[in-house]
Design a protein around this ligand. Sequence first.
Ligand SMILES: [Zn+2]
Length: 339
Amino acid sequence: MLARMKYLTLLVLFLTLISNVLAQAPDRRAPPQRSITDLGDGLYQVNTGAGVSPVFVFLVTEAGILIVDPPNPATAQWLQEQLSTRFPGQDVVYVVESHYHWDHTRGSTTFADTATFVGHENMLKNLDASIAEAPPPGNTRDSNNDGLLSREEAQTGTLANFDAMDNNGDDYLTQAELTADTARPDIVFSDRLELNFGGKRVVLLWSQNRHTNDLIDVYFPDHGVLLASDYVWINRMCCNFQFDERPMSVWIESIRDLETLDFDILINSHFDSGNKQDLIAFRRWLEDLANAVSTGIAESLSLEAIQASVELEQYTDWAGYENQLNNIIASAYNSLMLR
Ligand SMILES: [Zn+2]
């Protein structure tokens, strides 16, 4: 009997302990579901999880390995292990960085022992710029212009990764902390750079000021693959507030130029992959939006009246139609009124 009571007491203590531990445990998300897809002839696509998790590629040739956008240290570490298992003895020779945003390039220094880093010339300036001049991704802004990001200023992914990037734990992020694991490009270019890597062409194309002033798209003509960086989305509303700072005409021209390339597979830096038709549909969405909002402006309608009247019903099945369209119309309105 005594033994049984002791057992019960211990069991209660144990269960109490467990429930306390569970109650105090941080809200851990499920481990990222990373995957590598073989696109043929040495080119591979890497998905790093569901939703907005970054997507990137790497190319393996007899000259070694070229990676575009290792997005963060944990993924870079995982990739390094994958590469050494799958392609033993092959060094990472190049890391191409699509732009300065931490959600795409914060894993690049992992490959610093062997890699040469390639990016747009404006990326060097952005890495040295203030947060106000070169803000992190999403709508995070240094609202009080003190050169630092507080937790209140940080939004979405920057807020979610705040502690991981706050290296000195002072509850503020500096530009240096935001880009701490992003390598400075060794090779930079302005409009176009073609690499011949182990007999395969890799063409880096400046995105003409779409999204950021250092963004590049990466074209693999020998594979018929285009990696279109932020944001070229498929069946998905784009891009919330983006047109406030980048005129819509710049986006449309940038996408039109990509349409002239010969490719079958379109990879986006977030969300789903597709094909050339998806790229054309995305550009048409931008044009339909610009036309609808321009018509309202020409009729001297207020923003609120335009938001109430523009329906763009051909896009009702695109992700974000219900909850983003009003913001996107406002952003398009700002863009079209300003320029
Ligand atoms: Zn970005």
